[in-house]
Design a protein around this ligand. Sequence first.
Ligand code: GLP
Length: 242
Amino acid sequence: MEILVFETAGKASAFAAEKFIEQISQKPNSLLGMATGGTVVSLYQKIIEAYQQKRVSFASARTVNLDEYVGLSPDNAQSYAYYMYSKLFDHIDLPKENIFLLDGLGVVDSELKRFNEFLLQNPIDLQLLGIGTNGHIGFNEPSSQFQLGPHLVDLAEETIKSNSRFFKPGETMPTQAISMGIRDIMLAGKVLLLAFGKAKADAICKMVNSTTVDPMLPVSVLNLRRNVTIVLDKELAQAAGL
Ligand code: GLP
């Protein structure tokens, strides 16, 4: 595990963008595992800038997302499908047919099956992760056991509270999601986790110092990997005592 601390979240995002560019230059048809949330917005912006500067092309790349809310159609502005198009896909040359996204309004069992088959047939080259304040990765919430593959999740109270900041008054935040499982994340060739700000310090501190893998702190499973890069800003690192 490599832990890198940058002066600002902006500098950390620029570093992460270079990791994506490097991945695509080494293997143009890489399968990129994408994440959503506030943390990765600036990374996506920097990827778009690099594309506009003709430093990278996604014409052969493929993507798959970690998760999706259940109950939101892909054209709902709060869905992760909409997020990906508006924050990244609409601004780069990634072919639409190379994008794997879940349909939050689809039949859950069918979506899980489609997701599982896709992941078993298509190994992820580089998986991007954020982290929840409770240590979730994707939507693998703290639990007594890890789920290996795609599964339906009842979102944790803490996640609902935290992610409800993105929902406007009158919009109801879903309480369920479909998420990649821990096996899916662990089988990725490389993992790049981004975490910024004090709110994530506790989860990162526990993960870095943990001597066990604890499904109640899902991110702790990354300790079993060699190829994982944790990218932090100074604010988080200081608060976590790193
Ligand atoms: C959601 C996603 C996670 C992501 C988390 C972090 O819960 N399912 O994959 O890591 O958001 O969100 P933020 O970056 O907004 O703090």
